[in-house]
Design a protein around this ligand. Structure first.
Ligand code: ATP
Ligand code: TZP
Ligand code: MG
Ligand code: MG
Length: 276
């Protein structure tokens, strides 16, 4: 996984994140809040968590990106997310959605779809089951986890979902796919140890928010975020081979902080998908 033609373009975006330290406004779930803040700091971004309907419009308008995550949603929180999202839209701040558990309960699916209707979302990142359920393709989801046996077809699913939802869609798993509905890219990297750390997906969506804050082409921003995240995880797995998820999680934060323009080499790859 080296000599990638994408590497220098993506490295430029990492440098921008590290230099600009964009403010990422996260309305995320109670499970992953601390991990998300630490992961964004490690990357070089500036996290803020703000949930109250009394302030979210003001916070979203000064942020570089707004990340909406329905992991532990309530009706009141979804209302506040829509207030924040509409403010972000007015002020041209990109909005990213992590539809955690869409398909597991009707409330989750309906809330994600309501957000998509009332807010212009620039990028959706989820597992295959969550994304499928957003476009009415029912797939089994176990709580917030994709059904491992249902991989395959993610490239076509990402294309379909991006077209139907009119947004960039990233589907993650053993390999990641990102599409704007016209083209698609496949990103390889990461490590299965990520499946043992809660919030690995949620933090990733916020990391994509940091890249979206510095690059208006969301397909490019998303590609960079997925690739560098995967590279950090692959490097952390090397550092902690033979140890467990606790050691991996700490090493992963360290590797996010150590990312540099050469980090993709040997640890993550990007290729343009052939669209028939
Ligand atoms: P799920 O709840 O289904 O695990 P998620 O929201 O946690 O979904 P993931 O699909 O697990 O999100 O993606 C989070 C990160 O973990 C991504 O960088 C992805 O590439 C990586 N990842 C997930 N599974 C694997 C795997 N088997 N091998 C390598 N990387 C993986
Ligand atoms: N339950 C509700 S939200 C959440 C859990 C376990 C965290 C999900 O995080 P991720 O990143 O999708 O694994
Ligand atoms: Mg996961
Ligand atoms: Mg998730």
């Amino acid at each position: 996984m080296s000599g990638n033609t994408w590497d220098s373009e993506l490295a430029g975006l990492l440098t921008k994140v590290q230099q600009q330290k964009p403010l990422v406004h996260n309305m995320t779930n109670v499970v992953v809040t601390n991990f998300t803040a630490n992961g964004l700091y490690a990357l070089g971004a500036s996290p803020v968590m703000a949930f109250s309907p009394d302030e979210v419009a003001d916070m979203a308008q000064i942020a570089g990106a707004l990340v909406l995550n329905i992991g532990t949603l309530s009706r009141e929180q979804v209302d506040a997310m829509i207030i924040a999202g509409q403010s972000a839209n007015t002020h041209r701040v990109p909005v990213l959605l992590d539809p955690v558990g869409a398909g597991a309960t009707p409330f989750r699916t309906d809330s994600a779809l309501r957000i998509m209707r009332e807010v212009k979302v620039s990028l959706v990142r989820g597992n295959a089951a969550e994304v499928a359920n957003l476009i009415g393709e029912v797939r089994v989801i176990k709580g917030v986890d994709a059904d491992d046996s249902a991989s395959g077809g993610n490239l076509e699913l990402a294309l379909r979902a991006a077209q139907r939802l009119n947004t960039v869609v990233a589907i993650t798993g053993e390999e990641d796919v990102i599409s704007d509905g016209v083209s698609a890219r496949i990103i390889r990297g990461g490590h299965a140890m990520l499946t043992k750390v809660t919030g690995a997906g949620c933090l990733l969506t916020s990391v994509l928010g940091a890249f979206a804050a510095v690059e208006p082409d969301l397909l490019l921003a998303g590609t960079a975020g997925l690739a560098f995240y995967g590279a950090a995880a692959a490097r952390a797995a090397e550092q902690t081979a033979g140890l467990g998820p606790g050691s991996f999680q700490i090493a992963f934060l360290d590797e996010l902080a150590k990312l540099h323009s050469g980090s993709l080499e040997g640890h993550a790859s990007v290729r343009e998908a052939d669209i028939l």
